[in-house]
Structure formats: C-alpha cells, structure tokens
Write a protein that binds this ligand. Structure first.
Ligand SMILES: [Zn+2]
Length: 245
C-alpha cells in the first residue's frame, strides 16, 4: 500500500467528523512551498503547506512530486494567473470561512477564478465557485447574457459546468423578462452570434427548453452543475482546517 502523506492521513482520520482540526505538529511536518502568481511588479508570493496543495490539486501534485524543476526548488510560478484569483485558492485550502463570500464571486470575477481552479484541476473548488455564482445571480436577480457564451469559449471553458450553467441561464432568462441580463457581457454578443459552436449549443438548448420548460437554473441545488469527473464527492470532508487563534 502506498505511503500516505500527512495531509491525506488527516483527511482520512477526519472523514467521519468535521470537528477535528489538523494539529500544529502535523502542520510543522509539512514542507512549505512558495507559489508565485503574476508577472513583474504585480507578482505575489504565497507560502503554503506542500501537503495541502498536493492533496487538493493534481496540478500541484504533478509539479511538486515529479521530477520537474519545481520539485527541487519548491517554487511554482503561475505567471499568467491573477494573484487576486489565487487568494481564493489559498483561502479555500485553509478552509477560511470567508473564502466564498458572495462578493468574491461576481459577474466580473467568476470566469477568471473558475478558470484558475480548472487549470489547477481543483474540482471541488470549481463546484464551490459555481455554487457561489448561482447565489450571486439569484441575489442580483440576473441571468447570463448571450455574450457569456463566446467569452467562455475564448477562455477555453466551453465544455465545463460553468458554460452549461450560463447556456441554461441565458435560455431560461429569455422566458423570464423580470430577470435582468448581466449587462457587462453584452459587448460580446456579436462574438457569440458568429461563434458556430456556441450557436449550435444555443439552438440545441432552446429546442430542449421548448419541450421541457425547466425551472430557474439559479435555484438548482445538489450536484447539477458540479464536476465530479475525478471521482470526488460533495460528501467528502476535506478535514483540514486553519487553527483559529
Ligand atoms: Zn457535487
């Protein structure tokens, strides 16, 4: 049987209860690595326990446990990513209760944050971000506009749950005039209209809607828009908490 890391042992040990916190001794045994996010003067460094990163992100596991340079230097550079977006990742890893405030997941921030979680292969974080986005749109009484489709395609997020949610949100919004369209994406409407794949998806979804007339996608709960393709489950307790002073 393969040797488990300290964080995996803690996760296993606490999977039956949400109360146990990782001990100071266990934290101390885990190496701290540095994630440098952004470029030049805008770059920010995040020192984080290696076990936390490698347990929750297959991306970091490959970087830090493989034979790559990062495994020797214990520094991972994410030059093309946004330090603000990485704050969500860091907060989520430490299970900070403020990590998923609705103000963190808005029309303006959801895409970059979802994309980073997607890149880091952190499915549960993606799911939490999407849950937060549904809640945000419900609170604002908004739905996605047609421009979201091309915008998400341009970010490489076409075959994701966020894309599915936006598609359904737009189509449902057409039949609900009391729901406002998220206006800041209107600028991309022309892009969506000339995007063949997005139009194909849109027409398919509209045809389904004509037959089924589903409810408000913002109110759909459970795992409807979750990615569990890695075998993860929402019932799994991650078991690692920050020790609050
Ligand atoms: Zn789920």
């Amino acid at each position: 049987m393969p040797e488990l890391s300290d964080a995996q042992k803690v996760t296993d040990a606490t999977s039956t209860t949400d109360q146990t916190e990782i001990t100071a001794a266990q934290f101390l045994r885990s190496l701290i690595v540095t994630i440098v996010v952004g470029k030049g003067s805008k770059a920010q460094s995040f020192p984080i326990y290696k076990d936390l990163l490698t347990t929750h992100s297959p991306y970091f596991k490959a970087c830090l446990n493989g034979a790559w340079e990062e495994g020797k230097t214990n520094i991972v550079r994410l030059e093309d990513d946004n330090p603000k977006a990485f704050e969500i990742v860091a907060n989520w890893l430490f299970k900070d209760p403020t990590a998923m405030k609705q103000t963190d997941i808005t029309n303006k921030t959801v895409v970059v944050r979802y994309k980073l979680a997607d890149k880091l292969l952190m499915t549960q974080l993606k799911n939490n971000i999407l849950d937060g986005f549904q809640a945000f749109q419900l609170a604002k009484n908004e739905s996605c506009s047609i421009g979201w489709l091309d915008h998400l395609c341009s970010k490489g997020l076409q075959r994701t749950a966020l894309y599915d949610y936006c598609l359904k949100s737009y189509v449902s919004g057409l039949g609900a005039p009391e729901v406002k369209c998220a206006g800041d994406m209107f600028a991309n409407a022309a892009g969506s209209l000339t995007n063949e794949e997005a139009m194909k998806d849109l027409i398919t979804m509209m045809a389904k809607f004509m037959q089924q007339r589903w409810g408000d996608p913002r109110k759909e709960t459970g795992c409807v828009y979750h990615d569990h393709s890695d075998g993860s489950s929402c019932s799994v307790v991650r078991g690692v908490k920050r020790r609050h002073e």
